[in-house]
Design a protein around this ligand. Structure first.
Ligand code: 13P
Length: 246
């Protein structure tokens, strides 16, 4: 299984930020892992042109479950694919919170993504209150059951574990806590999609940076990272890519 270093730019970046992408591509012509950046939708076309013939893949941060129609401001998976994307993040906790996205909606988005030919990166993760209440595995199990499409296959599904309280805070779970959740996700996926689960990349996300990437990547069942803030700078993201590449 090839590991995956994925960057989520969130609502950051204008055309000026593409200089960072050029630097990243130049510094990592042949990384050992897959390298993906998910910029705002406004930059997908630009970034995909820059990344053509390079090792960098480009993805979206969200998609609508329908292919087209009267949904002002939304973007379909087919449109992302057309703009040059190969992946799309669905069900990020910021969308679940900011836009009230349910597991059923996230699942519909993942189905749309896969039928458009994209890899769906389905995000799950507990809040701090849920962890404190000892409900972490129950919450994640419910999100997986509700958000992962039935019949999902390893080639078009990635699951990202992002504890909500670790996103943008500089705090991370212990390595044992990450190991516990990733082993749980692998087992739950196996119950849901059978042998395909063995090949699904499980990413950890939440305050991943160059200084903690190597130790997190050494945790069993961690097959890469979904990186927010540290993906905005070529040097930081490149160091994380390098940490996966040995
Ligand atoms: P940070 O790496 O900034 O904590 O963000 C993680 C994240 O939400 C990636 O999707």
């Amino acid at each position: 299984m090839k590991k995956l270093a994925a960057g989520n730019w969130k609502m950051n970046g204008t055309a000026a930020a593409l200089a960072e992408v050029q630097a990243l591509i130049a510094a990592h012509p042949a990384p050992a892992c897959e390298m993906l950046l998910c910029p705002p939708a406004t930059l997908i076309g630009h970034m995909a042109s820059l990344a053509k013939d390079s090792a960098l893949c480009v993805g979206g941060q969200d998609c609508h479950p329908k292919a087209s129609g009267a949904h002002t401001g939304d973007i379909s998976a087919i449109m992302l694919k057309d703009a040059g994307a190969s992946h799309v993040i669905v069900g990020h906790s910021e969308r679940r919170t900011d836009h009230g996205e349910t597991d059923a909606l996230v699942q519909a988005k993942a189905v749309a993504a896969v039928s458009a030919g994209l890899v769906a990166i389905v995000c799950v993760g507990e809040t701090e209150a849920e962890r404190d209440a000892g409900r972490t595995l129950a919450v994640i199990g419910g999100q997986l059951d509700g958000s992962v499409p039935a019949g999902a296959v390893a080639a078009s599904l990635v699951v990202a574990y992002e504890p909500v309280w670790a996103i943008g805070t500089g705090r991370t779970p212990t390595l044992a806590e990450i190991a516990e959740v990733h082993a749980f996700i692998r087992a739950r996926l196996t119950a849901r999609i059978g042998v395909e689960a063995a090949g699904v990349r499980l990413l950890y996300g939440g305050s991943v940076k160059p200084s903690n990437a190597a130790e997190i990547f050494a945790v069993p069942d961690v097959d890469g990272a979904l990186v927010g803030g540290a993906s905005l700078k070529a040097a930081d993201f490149g160091a994380i890519v390098a940490a996966l590449g040995t």
